[in-house]
Design a protein around this ligand. Sequence first.
Ligand SMILES: *Cc1c(COP(=O)(O)O)cnc(C)c1O
Length: 393
Amino acid sequence: MADDWNIKTKLVHTGARRSQYGEMAEAIYLTQGFVYDRAEDAEARFLGAGPDEFVYARYGNPTVRAFEDRIAAIEGTEDAFATASGMAAVFGALAATLRAGDHVVSSRALFGSCLYVLENVLVRYGVEVSFVDGTDLDQWRAAIRPGTKAVFFESLSNPMLEVIDIRAVADLAHAVGALVLADNVFSTPIYSRAVALGADVVIYSATKHIDGQGRALGGVILGSRDFIRGTVEPFMKHTGGALSPFNAWVMLNGLTTMDLRVRAQTETAQKLAEALEGDARLSRVIYPGLASHPQHALAQAQMGAGGTMFAIDVKGGKEAAFRFLNALKVCLISNNLGDARTIMTHPATTTHQRLPDDQKAALGITPGLVRISVGLEDADDLLADLRAGLDSI
Ligand SMILES: *Cc1c(COP(=O)(O)O)cnc(C)c1O
């Protein structure tokens, strides 16, 4: 029955484990350990725990398992492993998969911490990483070679909103037997078709749209039961990146409203991007939902929508961008995303500050670039705020 449900129904009901009290809202099983009636039961549990049997909260927990079941049902994967943060998921998925001597190909346009893991951490353990421009299939074709173990990309990149052609990259990777890992945060689970397009492993920072209200850190790795329980779980349960049961409960309740939130935020993002495109004070409006976006058609085919994030390039560089940001009354200056509150980020001086200037330029991160995570406020109020900000430049 539950397998036939549509996403909105799954978001509300899947994974719930009602106790003997029949509680309506999911219980928070805030417990580290579990008690056995007899020594023989403990022995049997350690020999092999069933899907609803638990040993220790670092290995798994009923509230965490409810979150894993629900997000796996949405994404359409057999299983999921929840992690303490999005980065614990990115690092865990890669480190559980790779060993010294392995070769990985990754797109270069990555969230700063993802870039750090691939560029600075994995290489210390003897993993070879080749970086490519993720939108250029010829570069993927040239870099992927027989023996390549894995490819990694953000399906919608931060902060430039470039769209990776998941099917084309997956076909190239699978031709040499490489595993395809997609960090899908910007696409959100609502617009994700990553598995249908060929991704083997999908990764989310639950901190973003899954929580959706800026409260807790969390992450999740999704894939086949074999990969999750055979490769990821042994690595994660012994290295300590477990999601807290309380945060799992926050994420479970985030999922309940995620469809409504993400669709409303996307509708507003589309409205704002359309209203600002062509404004004389901007050199560019970057949004996959605009026909002017270089991969507009791919975004429509892959996501069916432009998503909740857009970016503007303010003429006049850093000073103009800062004057704009400092004049905003509704939008907040911060570096998170996927929140109910609209959040403005100046990547060149914050999230991407540590990149050398030539790398910033290569990625398109100009001094005037402002990334906007659209929230749940009224679209007209947001537009008035953005226009007032631009007026004050
Ligand atoms: C935020 C983010 C992460 C890391 O998630 P945390 O929960 O902050 O650890 C990874 N990838 C992308 C694309 C992100 O936006």
